[in-house]
Design a protein around this ligand. Structure first.
Ligand code: G3I
Ligand code: 9MR
Ligand code: ZN
Length: 535
């Protein structure tokens, strides 16, 4: 068996495949013509997949075209492409995913094709701690396969996307066929504004930000417009408040070129939440008893406060925001993590990508060392296993594909600040895994790759009566602690971590989709498409 990146390889990039159950390989053109033959080093046992595997390096094959491998048993790998623009279609679909997540507006056929649907969740939402108070909360993106909208999840998705735009604006000039296309503003900014506008509605006049807006219970498998459950807004949390302060400060900087008024509005919102943070202690979030939807439980708000402080400082240069930073940095946090529980990596990105002289050298160095240390660790772990995945068995948690993709982000940013190619190569291997170089022989992105997953836990996909899923969605991925009816401790007894997965729409703990699992794919693809064609 030979596992490949089924979407394909950039002509000039490092090209690896993984072979299992043998050593001999043959690379063919799609018409069968043999291009390369060889055998690998002695296979070694890979703890993540439980297989004996070895590496195939075919970096020297540059010619554009369609290819496949066979092994000594004649087994054929998935077909793949080598080309300079090989990631353009998946990049576009991964970005258009956010349009399909839009809430509160009709998705018209001219933009959504057969995946069109009517406007959803247009009713007023009410406040849990003041039920007579109601508000128009239309807008934003559905978080995931459910129809909830959660501020901390939103901020993280926006963080990945807006940093991608800020660092690589040239990668986002293509129009995405969304309603705002052609208005003179890059479509990534149009799309992100849809979410930012909703987030602003979650902010109180005193700056506090409500944690989430969902129904009391998860609705059944219906189209969004058929979900008529009441929408409840849960209390303010310091997590949501800090995340809003951070992302609005960051967004204010990014939108400044295109819309000064909007940038000003974002800045005011950021400052307001910034003040709230200074005068309030930690208000963490626990689901109120009657609310059963996602919690995004996070017992620690220091990393959110750190992200807010660095972004607010970068925007205003007001020293009061940085005053608390050294103390915060003494606390336990990674300074490289880019997920919703630990956002301290966004503080890292803020500092490391800032204009020269913005942050003092001592702060910069601290972030730089931690970042490069983590990137070195990832390179080392990747080098020690058969799929060159920077994972140990314990890393296969709920949403493991987000960890793979944010690891790829850490590596690309390390490449950005150091220029060391080994970081970029390791980032490519993480992307290879997502696109099918894994022991499931499966691409984790719908519609991209010969054997792409097809049955996500995504309510519209389940309810729309259309055979195939919307293309461009990232699956949560293997989860060794899976806990649903299609993947759970009993069914997965003895199954290797990388195979703890079910391509089934009931498997929410391995096969759901979310905005913040797509967003790091967008970042990684932008970076690799731009810089990965180097060897
Ligand atoms: O970090 C620990 C790890 O140390 C431990 O070894 C491992 C063992 O299970 O657990 C890890 O924590 C897991 C955590 O995700 C990691 O982020 C928890 O078990 C796991 O239950 C938790 O899952 C979260 C899930 O909600 C359930 O709370 C996912 O991260 C989170 O993405 C997901 O989010 C849901 C929303 O609530 C609702 N909308 C859909 C969305 C996606 O599934
Ligand atoms: O659809 C829900 C999904 O978005 C969540 O991630 C998941 C875990 O909280 O829950 C899903 O909803 C299920 C609920 O938890 C239990 N009853 C069945 C629901 C649909 O599968
Ligand atoms: Zn909706």
């Amino acid at each position: 068996m030979i596992y490949v990146n089924q979407v394909g390889y950039l002509s000039g990039a490092v090209k690896h495949a993984t072979i299992s159950g043998g050593r001999e390989f043959t690379l063919h053109r799609a018409d069968g013509k043999v291009v390369l033959q060889g055998d690998t080093d002695v296979p070694v046992k890979d703890a993540n997949s439980g297989e004996e595997v070895a590496l195939i390096d075919f970096t020297g094959v540059y010619e554009e075209g369609e290819y496949y491998f066979t092994d000594e048993n004649g087994d054929k790998s998935a077909q793949f492409t080598i080309a300079d623009d090989v990631y353009a279609p998946v990049f576009r679909d991964a970005l258009r995913m956010f349009y399909f997540q839009r809430c509160g507006m009709e998705l018209e056929e001219k933009y959504a094709g057969k995946f069109k649907h009517k406007a959803c969740h247009c009713q007023k939402a009410f406040y849990l701690d003041d039920p007579d108070r109601k508000v128009d909360l239309r807008g934003g993106w559905h978080d995931a396969g459910d129809y909830g909208r959660y501020v901390t999840a939103a901020a993280v998705a926006l963080g990945h996307l807006l940093y991608a735009y800020e660092m690589m604006p040239d990668m986002f000039s293509e129009e995405l066929n969304i309603p705002e296309s052609g208005n003179g503003i890059p479509d990534l900014l149009n799309e992100c504004r849809y979410e930012l506008d909703w987030m602003l509605k979650m902010q109180e006049a005193d700056g506090g930000v409500h944690h989430k807006a969902t129904s009391m219970n998860f609705v059944g498998f219906v189209m969004p417009e058929d979900d008529d459950l009441d929408i409840v807004i849960t209390p303010v949390s310091s997590l949501a408040t800090a995340d809003l302060a951070a992302i609005c400060a960051m967004a204010s900087r990014v939108y400044e070129t295109y819309d000064k008024e909007y940038a000003q509005r974002l800045k005011e919102a950021a400052l307001l939440s910034g003040e709230w943070l200074i005068s309030h202690p930690a208000y963490l979030f626990k689901n109120p008893d009657e609310v059963k939807t996602g919690t995004y439980e996070d017992l620690y708000d220091a990393d959110e406060r750190l992200w807010a402080a660095t972004e607010l400082y970068r925007l205003t240069k007001d020293g009061k925001y940085m005053a608390a930073v050294p103390a915060i940095m003494e606390q336990k946090m990674s300074l490289t993590s880019l997920g919703w529980t630990d956002v301290s990596g966004f503080a890292g990105m803020c500092v490391l990508t800032a204009e020269k002289g913005c942050f003092d050298e001592k702060n910069m160095d601290r972030f730089r060392y931690r970042w490069l240390d983590e990137a070195d660790r990832l390179v080392k772990v990747a080098g020690e296993n058969g799929f060159e995945l920077a994972f140990h068995p314990s890393d296969f948690i709920w949403g493991s594909n987000m960890v793979v993709l944010t690891n790829a982000m850490v590596l690309t940013i390390a490449h950005h600040i150091s220029g060391k190619e080994e970081y970029l190569e390791a980032a490519q291997y993480q992307l290879d895994y997502i696109f099918g170089r894994n022991a499931l022989d499966l691409s984790f992105v719908t519609g991209h790759g010969e054997k792409a997953f097809r049955d996500p836990h995504n309510r519209p996909t389940i309810a729309d009566g259309i055979e195939e899923p919307i293309p461009g969605y990232v699956s949560g991925g293997p989860n060794r602690s899976a806990s649903d009816t299609k993947a759970n401790a009993e069914l997965l007894k003895g199954v290797a971590p990388m195979k703890c997965y079910a391509d089934h729409n009931l498997s929410y703990s391995t096969n759901e989709i979310t905005i913040y699992w797509n967003s790091p794919l967008v970042f990684t693809l932008a970076y690799i498409s731009r810089c990965g064609n180097f060897s």
